[in-house]
Design a protein around this ligand. Structure first.
Ligand code: ADP
Ligand code: MG
Length: 623
């Protein structure tokens, strides 16, 4: 071979290959599923690219995956006439650059209690190709990119290095030959291979072909001069195109598995054929468990779009909003033009309509589960609640459909189980707001001094501590005409008696408040009396229109400019410490600083200068 270059596997990939080579995993057969799935992707891509560049595919070429074996050489070859790869694509896709899932997959393998791990998940992590080294001690891949002349051969024994060399290939596509280890010769048997294809690749909607047996003569011997022909060994029909009544639960589940690599059955299966002006079929699955990459917002591949059974894209952004990125499924439209480009997709009105209805279906189903199967819904919320919350911010149009799905922790429940409806149902007669607090952690929220008066009055407060909660609260000004109000912001409503009492205390303490304000003029906007507190001497509140301490903290953590606004210090006139404050005391300013720092601390904030706080407290303790 000319031009052979030797490359070293990227370190993480090398480690992954070691795991594969030494794997004791019992279902090594999944390598075949991975290769067929890659071939199927490659064929989808070729078909799609050919929509805009007809030279990439001639009309008479049948797109298929072909599997052949050679018992003498101990090899199995999986061939496709898909898009193929150019030199740089090989480098990028296999061996040189680790996918983000590489490490995560290894961690997942190691965290399994049984030391062999569930290798079957490999496809979910985007490194399925490497599973071939569970059964092969050498792998040869020959590939030619559609539209290019030059073909390349990639070869490796999985031990640290691989080679790439120039070669020839008659047509575009990829062939992968596995030199099987001696103990893996079962993969040379047709019946075994057919069984595996049946089990895992049933739903690949293109033909998978194997060599049938040669025609026999009357005596049962192969007929002279006649060769065996290739036969299609899978059904190759699109499951979603079949009527609902003819698809069994098992078939739905195995189709879901082929899309998600999730071994558990889905929470819900939503299969609809829509007729009329806009004709399409949608088959959507709500999973039970979050995938490992739920937080990777860049790579959304949940929904596949087909036009009359031809795969168009799995760039799902156009088909599901971000906050439903965990939904898996297929949408097949009869009305879209085949040559839709990404740009057209983004602005296409039919696509927008289809997306809108699909979203509605999912939200309706979640609503149904929440109502009919509250325990199941609770499980779902644990997995996906944080993501659903994004929906309130992201999808204004569906806000009213999403809000009833929300669940919160509250002063009545440490788990996120309280719906707004439930909260509203428990509100005090004269309570006219839904109260909440946002904080860095559940513990900080629960322990906040701001809750003291609410606890005394028996008013429930929602405790919010997920990062998304600040945005959620801002996007949710009211529920059922009751405003949502942060307990850390603005004034608290008082009864007439309380007002009168406060006026009197205000009078009595006016010079103290003034003096505190003067002492803390660099840190606070104002100092005033509070009736929020029963046990603590002081707390910090944000002005009604200021962002608040928690949001500022989150924005800083995200590296964004946070508009620093000064808080208001509220003091508890009934607290011994406040009562004792003596404006003529020579340490008055120190007391003021300690009060301020304590108030910040009790909210879970970090002091700007903890050392001087400690010094200050010690100084006062000694006095
Ligand atoms: P994934 O399929 O999740 O991307 P794999 O490890 O299975 O991860 O494959 C890695 C990449 O190698 C694929 O994304 C694709 O770019 C390339 N590849 C693998 N098999 C083929 C094939 N038969 N034809 C074209 N490209 C392929
Ligand atoms: Mg793959």
């Amino acid at each position: 071979m000319s031009n052979t270059q030797t490359h070293v596997f990227q370190t993480e990939i090398s480690q992954l290959l070691d795991l594969m080579i030494n794997s004791l995993y019992s279902q090594k057969e999944i390598f075949l599923r991975e290769l067929i799935s890659n071939s199927s992707d490659a064929i989808d891509k070729r078909r799609f690219e050919a929509l805009t560049d007809a030279t990439l595919l001639s009309d008479d070429e049948e797109l298929a995956v072909t599997i052949t074996t050679d018992k003498e050489a101990n090899t199995i070859t999986i061939s496709d006439n898909g898009i193929g790869m150019g030199h740089d694509e090989i480098i990028e896709n296999i061996g040189t650059i680790a996918r983000s899932g590489t490490k995560k997959f290894m961690q997942a393998l190691k965290s399994e209690s049984d030391s062999n791990g569930d290798v079957s998940l490999i496809g979910q992590f985007g490194v399925g190709f490497y599973s071939v080294f569970m059964v092969a001690d050498k792998v040869t891949l020959i590939t030619r990119r559609a539209g290019a002349e030059q073909a390349y051969q990639w070869e490796s024994d999985g031990k640290g290095e691989f080679t790439i060399a120039d070669t020839q290939r008659e047509d575009a596509g990829t062939s992968i030959t596995l030199h099987l280890r001696d103990e893996e010769s079962e993969y040379l048997e047709d019946f075994r291979l057919k069984h595996i294809i049946n089990k895992y690749s049933e739903h690949i909607s293109l033909p998978i072909k194997m060599l049938g047996s040669a025609p026999l003569d009357d005596e049962g011997n192969p007929k002279e001069g006649e060769e065996a022909e290739f036969e299609t060994v899978n059904k190759g029909t699109a499951l979603w195109a079949r009527p609902k009544s003819e698809v069994s639960d098992e078939e739905y589940q195995s189709f879901y598995q082929s899309l998600s690599y999730d071994m558990e059955p889905p929470l819900s299966t939503l299969h609809h054929k829509v007729e009329g002006n806009l004709e399409y079929t949608s088959l959507l699955f709500i999973p039970k468990k979050a995938p490992y990459d739920l937080w990777n917002r860049e790579d959304k591949k949940g929904i596949k779009l087909y036009v009359r059974r031809i795969f168009i894209t799995d760039d799902a952004e156009n088909l599901m909003p971000n906050y439903l990125r965990f939904i898996k499924g297929v949408i097949d439209s009869s009305d879209l033009p085949l040559n839709v480009s990404r740009e057209i997709l983004q602005s296409d009105r039919d696509i927008k309509k289809i997306k809108g209805r699909a979203v509605k279906r999912v939200l309706d189903e979640l609503k149904r589960i929440a109502k009919d199967e509250p325990n199941t819904y609770q499980e779902f919320w644990k997995e996906f609640g944080q993501v659903i919350k994004e929906g309130v911010v992201e999808d204004m149009a569906n806000k009213d459909n999403i809000t009833p799905l929300l669940r919160f922790a509250s002063t009545e429940s440490d788990e996120q189980t309280v719906s707004l409806e439930e909260y509203a149902g428990r509100m005090k007669e004269d309570q006219d707001a839904i109260y909440y607090i946002t904080a860095e952690s559940h513990k900080a929220a629960k322990g906040s001094p701001h809750l003291e008066m609410f606890a005394k009055k028996g008013i429930e407060v929602l405790l919010m501590s997920d990062p998304v909660d600040e945005w959620l609260a801002n996007s949710l000004p009211e529920f059922n005409e009751k405003p949502l109000k942060s307990v850390t912001k603005g004034d608290l409503e008082l009864s007439d008696d309380e007002k009168k009492e406060q006026e009197e205390q205000k009078e009595a303490l006016s010079s103290i408040t003034e003096k505190l304000k003067e002492a803390l003029k660099d840190s606070v906007k104002d100092v005033r009396l509070t009736n929020r507190l029963t046990e603590s001497p002081a707390c910090l509140v944000a002005d009604e229109n200021d962002p608040g301490a928690n949001l500022e903290r989150i924005m800083k953590a995200m590296g964004q400019d946070a508009p620093s606004s000064m808080p208001i210090l509220e003091i508890n006139p009934d607290h011994a410490l406040i009562k004792q404050l003596d404006q003529n005391n020579e340490h008055f300013n120190d007391w003021a600083l300690v009060l301020f720092d304590q108030a910040a601390l009790s909210e879970g904030a970090q002091l700007k200068d903890p050392a001087s706080y400690v010094k200050l407290v010690n100084k006062l303790l000694v006095n």
